[in-house]
Design a protein around this ligand. Structure first.
Ligand SMILES: [Zn+2]
Length: 138
């Protein structure tokens, strides 16, 4: 599956290659992180100078590397949001992808029209909260 990730604020393509490029910020530090473009794959490549100070359970702020806007979800502040398009399906409408901002908390939700798909071991914790919301505005 070939997926394109876009900033919800400026529509910049965030995975010009296979990795999704984001700015991560924690306390006073920030660095570039490269996330997998496979949903549910939580391997992250990151600037060691930054990652060294991040512990499991820390909440990270993600920003767009193009417009520098925060990607934190307004509806669910524990999550960051991106737009995602499946390039294998012609005319596929952009979906909303939400992933946990908490380090090593594996919870991702994909909102594709009316359906919600959950990924990651910790997704079950949030499932109810994420499913009761309707009307995504597209
Ligand atoms: Zn942007």
């Amino acid at each position: 599956m070939s997926l394109s990730y876009y900033c919800p604020k400026c529509d910049a393509l965030l995975n010009p290659n296979v990795r999704v490029v984001l700015i991560a910020r924690h306390s006073e530090k920030q660095g570039i992180v490269l996330m997998s473009s496979q949903i549910g794959d939580y391997q992250v490549i990151c600037d060691k100078g930054f990652c060294h100070d991040v512990a499991k359970g820390d909440t990270i702020e993600f920003r767009c590397p193009v417009c520098h806007e925060s990607l934190t979800s307004e509806a669910h502040p524990n999550f960051a949001e991106l737009r995602i398009v499946n390039d294998d399906r012609k005319g596929h409408e952009p979906c909303l992808l939400r992933f946990s901002r908490v380090s090593e908390e594996h919870a991702t939700f994909l909102y594709d029209g009316d359906s919600v798909k959950a990924f990651g071991e910790e997704a079950g914790v949030f499932r109810r909260e994420m499913e009761i919301e309707g009307d995504w505005g597209w």
